[in-house]
Design a protein around this ligand. Structure first.
Ligand code: UT7
Length: 332
């Protein structure tokens, strides 16, 4: 029988600098009341200039090794979900591997926008279930402040910077990751994208003048799909395994908008105490939201061994999906 992959450690890193809704009122035509009622966000973290996604990811991986009591030399593979790599190449995974001294690991990146962590997690889990590796690190990390236009009120109020990481190891005790349901729909690509800087529109004076190196989002369009798809995929994975919302201990959704989370919670028919929400403190940190929320929930003592946990996400691409797992660690 194939062995499941289990999460044997979870950690996160957030920069110290806080950008509040009131700070944003000084920068664009917005206000705290609009941001809070439309999104649930109060503040977000911003990484200092001169630091990049790999620095946040490396901090999270160092904490992960400390928590599990392992040397980075024991890591076999590092996968980083991100859409804000330090540079085109080498991959952010390569840079993290060097920064933490994981000399025996290989590494690569996964680009699936807000679904980056879940897509990377499914990828990492295959190396454990196949028996190829024993210790796989999966990171979700984004320095969104590097691609946000702080003159565009439609997007600048939404995003923040953070990193989260998990360690995957073979499960011995009927815990671990039960299943994934993952989807993409390229028809949605124009609703949420960073248009320039790639091979279609390499950087030129024209692309810079047009702000094509910043994130663009048709918020309404994305909202419509996110509400439906994230709720559908959350309910479907439970049904597939003959579970209901009653069986769930914790739902850890992507944190893009409190109203999108509320819609999924309603469809699942679960009470709010079964949902991890920290969007108010961090905004949308893209690939980092799920591991960041999971790490805080675990630290807060909201998870114990054998608890049923559900992840769900929706992001640019479009990309979306869910994962169901039995928590493997006792309370910290
Ligand atoms: O994580 C990746 C996936 N992304 C998402 O899931 C995000 C999905 N979309 C959303 O969360 C929401 O669409 C937003 C939060 C982005 C926007 O909320 P909305 O309720 O859809 O607002 P809207 O875009 O329909 O805008 C309503 C009004 C507009 O004014 P008019 O045309 O009604 O006069 C906007 O210009 O609010 C205005 N507006 C703002 N006002 C104050 C837009 N941004 C702001 C702002 N402050 N920051």
């Amino acid at each position: 029988m194939l062995r499941r992959a289990k999460i044997s450690a979870v950690s996160h890193y957030v920069p110290e600098k806080v950008l509040t809704n009131h700070d944003l009122e000084q920068m664009v035509d917005t206000n705290d009341e609009w941001i809070q009622t439309r999104t649930g966000i109060r503040e977000r973290r911003i990484l200092e200039d001169g630091k990049a996604t790999s620095d946040m990811a490396a901090e999270a991986v160092r904490k992960l090794c400390e928590q599990r009591g392992i040397d980075p030399l024991e890591i076999d593979l590092i996968i980083v979900g991100t859409i804000t790599p330090d540079m085109f190449f080498p991959s952010t995974g390569n840079l993290v591997q060097d920064k933490v001294g994981a000399k025996n690991a290989w590494s690569y990146d996964v680009a699936a926008a807000c679904s980056g962590f879940l897509f990377a997690l499914s990828s990492g889990a295959q190396f454990i279930t196949s028996g190829m590796h024993k210790k796989v690190v999966v990171v979700g990390a984004d320095k969104m402040s590097a691609i946000v236009n702080y003159k565009d009120r439609n997007t600048c109020v939404l995003f923040g910077d953070a990193a989260g990481a998990v360690l995957l190891e073979p499960d011995e005790e009927d815990t671990g990751i039960i299943d994934f349901m993952l989807h993409t729909d390229g028809h949605g690509s124009e609703s949420l994208q960073m248009k320039a800087g790639g091979s279609l529109y390499p950087a030129t004076l024209r692309t810079v003048a047009n702000d094509w190196h910043f994130i663009y989002q048709d918020g309404k369009q994305v909202f419509k799909f996110a509400v439906q798809r994230m709720a559908d995929v959350s309910v479907k994975i439970l049904e597939k395994h003959n579970y209901t919302g009653d069986d769930l201990k914790l739902f850890v959704p992507h944190q893009a908008n409190l109203r999108i989370i509320d819609a999924a919670v309603k469809r699942l028919g679960i009470s709010n105490d079964k949902v991890m929400i920290n969007i108010g403190n961090y905004g949308n940190t893209t690939a980092a939201t799920i591991p960041l929320a999971l790490s805080e929930a675990y630290q807060e003592g909201r998870l114990d061994k054998n608890d049923l946990v559900l992840f769900a996400t929706f992001g640019g691409g479009f990309t979306w999906g869910s994962s169901l797992l039995k928590w493997a660690m006792p309370k910290p």
